[in-house]
Design a protein around this ligand. Structure first.
Ligand SMILES: [Zn+2]
Length: 1038
């Protein structure tokens, strides 16, 4: 136990102002017998909430963890348990007091303020704060002894930060029945939802979540003691803004372990890709009679509930830790197929030509994981090789009629991955079946609904003969990612949305881990470093980034954090941790964590505890800065004979980090590859701002071996040149890392573009696709930024062309049976780059093949070269080629055909054609889910980038209306279109344009875009002349 008097002594010892001491004494008195947590919170409140000014209240002493530790050690010396607990507690408190725990702490305090309904404190509000805190701590089951101090303390803090439904009632089962579905305008359906509840506190009202639902009637049946009663709600009030609905009753509902809330309601099968929604498609074979039709369009229906759209389909307590079981039934036309999380339990005839399909009860799970779908479906089936409860599990891929064969690749991967995850997590897949469904309209890539995973078509369908090979990689990965969630996310769910990253970061890492297991020849970790990590770095080097773990006050705020920080930085730090602990140890910890929280909810701290136990290391301590602090470090290296000195600072792409933004000390696994065979890796992590590493063979060394650490390295310029001479000692991941780091040093001003270009010249004979991919995308960024200067742009074009020519000529046009996946990808990338940079031979051949293709010879272009050939043809072929690709957009039968043609059309070279393309993009002929591709392809093209921005401004109301039905779509489109600009004028224009607009729902994306433009513009100003000089001195410019 921890004595309260110690706190008082601390306050006295640190010379706290008398007012603080007085308040503390008053507070402890008011709280009667406060526990240790209350007393900590009391200190925090006194120091942080009360906004005093004046001498009396001036803090006389700035506590630091060290000084408080010292004081505490002397107080409690001799008892190790108490000392440790006290130190932990004190550091938590001190970090809050000092305001260094950043967003989380201040938001928590903000949360407290809002709860007590006031800003500046008076005694009255302070009193209510204490009352409220006492209430909260009462509800939390405090576990003594003190080992849990930090954890519990955080629990209290986080609860203060959530705007959640009242805890008066708790759902345990939902019985949902949907009927009278209208297969046409107004696309409504009727529903009945009966929710089994425990009424924990007698109440006169029940509030739950609804969105765009019409409530017809509400009734509660409850059993309290021996009496059973039924009451109808006397009033229903909608809170549209908060997506809640309150049912009031004339009599209080008695406390009861068993009550049933029955709601009759009406909903809409919308076309916003959220809730229960419809997807239009054109069937490729004759459709069943019962399918919904509207002119040429046929419809299928499915759900998308994450993060907070279950409430759009049925009334529910829509929070991830309010887990319940679900019974679901739906009335559909006789000849269609209905699916849900669980297997069908029975089918009954209903009204004319209709049937009611019911499903088995689900396990305990969160509302966002419920799913159903129906339509003109068919399927292919496989079985797992392992046995589950004595049986091989059926795994199916469902599609609308005519497409099922394209599900083979996904099916083949899925059943193997289910077995693989069951083995590495040491927990069997828990449901009796797994279905994968291709959905024609889909806002994200896929959704992990338990037992019924939904995908956009390009993430699950693949045609061996007609698809671009790069989609093979995508399909296998997305299948694995969603399957990983069946354990990590579904079986064990994050307690609240602020820990979304844990779900997504882990599924991303383990998804790639499974792909690596199935396809070791794809070198997916190289791919991860060039695609995933670089993207995460890019976003996280902006001032407007956010810590991985962000406060999410209510579920409505969560959509915007489904971003690269949650997925890609999240998975990058998981990869760093897994590689440091060793993958086997890491997976052992993950398995323990899953087993300990099965069918429940857990937090990041729970995972760290399990990993600490498995590894014998204090995982939380070294991971916390990575999770809770914004940004990441750059490690700057200086060489001395036989040793190097290293220094970590926060990295910003604008290069102007201020001291107050650079206070974090990250735990950094330096992993320096050195020695004659480049095999020794120094594992000692860097845990201070600066340090020296001895025994480094300075004839060759490379920090961050295999790029497993999530940080950039700033090497001395001469070292970069040395390394470019020993590329053979470096792994693919090392090379990618060096290129990426050098490029971003140039962008930030810590290095120069000249150094990067010199370094890149060494890659002309490179053969690896992934290294090429990093080199060319880095060069692409330079071309984009310096595009406004025609001379420099031309010089960079010449440089790129010269760099790729030999490799392009070598790889050639023809695919052979022996080519592996990566060679095919190299071919597509090199031909595309060379052609777009003006390689005469490539342009000619591309145009020849394109003409043959247009004339009807579909074999003239290999499926994986469609993108390259279409782009080169549009760029060089004027309006005729553009129209031909547009025609292909309408007629293509390939599942990836629409995405490929959309990206190609952006190569138009005149503002008129760009406008034409935009008009086409927003004409309703391009699916909402794909419109961002139109914008991005134009944003990538410096010839017409300005036309895009003019169009966006002129047509804003239409655009807002069209994309704003689903904020995910609008946010993505705005961010991706705008972040390619590199001038202060456009920046000002963008800021002015949005100044008086309501940007709720896409403000984060907008901030990312403007911050990126600013850093691009600064980079251009700084380096333009240097680049010109270098290009001219090296003969790339006339
Ligand atoms: Zn995911």
């Amino acid at each position: 136990m921890f004595c309260l008097r110690s706190w008082l002594s601390i306050l006295l010892l640190i010379n706290a102002a008398p007012v603080y001491v007085a308040l503390f004494i008053a507070g402890t008195f008011a709280l009667r017998k406060p526990c240790v947590y209350c007393s900590i919170l009391l200190c925090v409140l006194i120091f942080t909430i009360l906004d005093f000014s004046g001498d009396w209240f001036e803090a006389r002493w700035q506590p630091t963890v060290e000084t408080v530790s010292e004081t505490l050690s002397s107080l409690v010396s001799g008892n190790a348990t108490i000392r440790d607990a006290a130190l932990e507690t004190a550091s938590a408190a001190v970090s809050v007091i000092n305001g260094t725990s950043g967003a989380l702490a201040s938001a928590a305090v903000e949360g407290v303020r809002r709860r007590i309904g006031g800003g500046n404190a008076s005694l009255g509000t302070t009193w209510s704060a204490f009352e409220w805190l006492r209430g909260v701590t009462d509800k939390v089951s405090l576990r003594i002894p003190c080992v849990d101090v930090t954890l519990r303390f955080q629990l209290v803090k986080i609860m203060a930060d959530r705007d959640v439904l009242s805890g008066d009632v708790k759902p345990s089962n939902y019985a949902i029945s949907l009927f009278d579905l209208q297969a046409g305008e107004p696309w409504t359906y009727q529903g009945k939802c009966s929710i089994d509840l425990e009424v924990k506190n007698s109440t006169k009202s029940i509030t739950l979540n609804t969105h765009e639902l019409k409530i017809h009637s509400v009734e509660v049946f409850s059993e309290a003691g021996k009496t059973a009663s039924s009451v109808k709600a006397s009033k229903t009030e909608y809170d549209t803004k908060n997506q809640r609905c309150t049912f009031s009753f004339d009599q209080p509902l008695p406390e009861s372990p068993k009550a049933v809330l029955t709601i009759a309601f009406e909903g809409t099968m919308n076309n916003h890709m959220a809730g229960f929604y419809r997807s239009a498609y054109k069937p490729t074979v004759e459709a069943s009679k019962g399918v919904a039709k509207d002119g040429e369009s046929h419809y299928m229906f499915s759900t998308q509930f994450e993060s907070s759209d279950a409430r759009r389909a049925f009334p529910c307590f829509d929070e991830p830790n309010l887990k319940a079981t679900f019974d679901f039934e739906i009335e559909i036309p006789d000849d269609l197929v209905a699916l849900s999380n669980m297997p069908e339990s029975e089918t009954k005839k209903s009204k004319d030509g209709h049937k009611v399909v019911s499903f088995e009860r689900t396990p305990l799970m969160s509302t966002y994981l419920l799913a159903w779908a129906f339509g003109d479906f068919e399927y292919i089936e496989e079985f797992t090789r392992r046995k589950y409860n004595g049986k091989n599990l059926p795994v199916r891929v469902y599609t609308t009629r005519g497409l099922k064969e394209q599900g083979r690749l996904a099916l083949e991967s899925a059943h193997q991955v289910v077995d693989y995850f069951s083995e590495i997590f040491r927990i069997d897949y828990p449901l009796p079946k797994i279905d994968l469904l291709a959905v024609h309209s889909f806002s994200h890539g896929a959704m992990e609904n338990w037992g019924l995973i939904t995908y956009r078509t390009t993430a699950v369908l693949f045609d061996e003969y007609a698809s671009d090979q790069k989609y093979r990689n995508r399909v296998v990965y997305v299948v694995a990612h969603e399957l990983a969630h069946q354990w990590f996310g579904n079986l064990v769910t994050m307690d609240w949305w602020n820990e979304l990253w844990l779900n997504e970061g882990f599924a991303t890492w383990v998804g790639w881990y499974a792909v690596d297991h199935l396809h070791p020849d794809w070198d997916v970790w190289g791919q991860f470093v060039t695609e995933g990590m670089q993207m995460a770095f890019q976003l996280d080097s902006l001032r407007t980034s956010h810590p991985i773990e962000v406060p999410v006050r209510n579920a409505l705020e969560v959509d915007q954090i489904f971003d690269h920080i949650s997925y890609l930085k999240g998975s990058s730090v998981i990869r760093m941790l897994a590689s440091y602990l060793g993958t086997d140890t890491f997976l052992q910890g993950v398995s323990d964590y899953l087993k300990a929280h099965t069918y429940g909810n857990a937090t990041t701290n729970d995972l760290w505890s399990a990993l600490s136990k498995a590894s014998g290391q204090d995982v939380a301590t070294f991971m916390d800065p990575w999770i809770k602090k914004i940004g990441f470090p750059v490690v700057t290296i200086a060489e001395e004979p036989g040793q190097i000195s290293v220094k970590q600072t926060r990295f910003l792409s604008s290069g102007d980090v201020k001291p107050e933004e650079d206070e974090t000390v990250w735990w950094i696994p330096l992993n320096i590859k050195t020695g004659p065979d480049a095999t020794d890796a120094q594992r000692n992590p860097l845990t201070t701002k600066e340090d020296t590493y001895c025994d480094i063979d300075t004839s060759f060394y490379k920090p961050n071996a295999n790029q497993t650490g999530f940080y950039r390295t700033n090497l001395p310029p001469q070292r970069l040149i040395e390394l470019s001479k020993s590329l053979d000692k470096l792994s693919v991941q090392d090379k990618i890392g060096l290129v990426g780091d050098a490029k971003s040093m140039a962008v930030s001003g810590l290095g120069t573009t000249a150094a990067v270009l010199s370094f890149m010249e060494g890659f002309a004979s490179e053969t690896n696709y992934l290294v090429w991919s990093e080199v060319l995308s880095s060069l692409g960024i330079a071309r984009q930024i310096f595009a406004s200067d025609p001379q420099v742009a031309e010089g960079l074009r010449n440089f790129t062309l010269k760099l790729v020519t030999a490799a392009t000529d070598k790889v050639g046009w023809e695919f052979s049976q022996q080519d592996d996946y990566l060679t095919g990808q190299s071919r597509a990338l090199l031909l595309s780059t060379a052609g777009l940079m003006g390689h005469e031979g490539v342009v000619k051949e591309a145009q020849r093949r394109f003409q043959a293709f247009v004339d009807g010879d579909k074999k003239a272009i290999h499926p994986s070269l469609r993108s390259a050939v279409f782009k080169i043809s549009v760029k060089n072929g004027g309006e005729a080629a553009y129209r031909a690709v547009q025609k292909e957009y309408f007629t293509t039968e390939a599942v990836d055909g629409k995405e490929i043609t959309l990206h190609s059309m952006g190569q138009v070279q005149s503002p008129d054609l760009a406008k034409d393309y935009l008009t086409f993009g927003f004409s309703g002929k391009v699916a909402i889910q794909d419109i961002h591709s139109v914008g991005v392809s134009l944003a990538n093209n410096s010839k017409v980038r300005d036309t895009l921005w003019e169009y966006l401004k002129e047509n804003w109301p239409m655009l807002r209306e069209m994309l704003g039905g689903n904020m995910v779509v609008l946010e993505r489109a705005m961010r991706m279109c705008l972040m390619h600009f590199a001038s202060f004028e456009v920046l000002e224009d963008v800021e002015n344009f949005f100044k008086d607009k309501d940007t709720t729902g896409y403000d984060r994306g907008l901030a990312v875009a403007t911050d990126t433009i600013r850093s691009n513009a600064q980079y251009k100003e700084r380096d333009l002349e240097l680049v010109r000089e270098w290009l001219s001195a090296h003969g790339y410019m006339k």
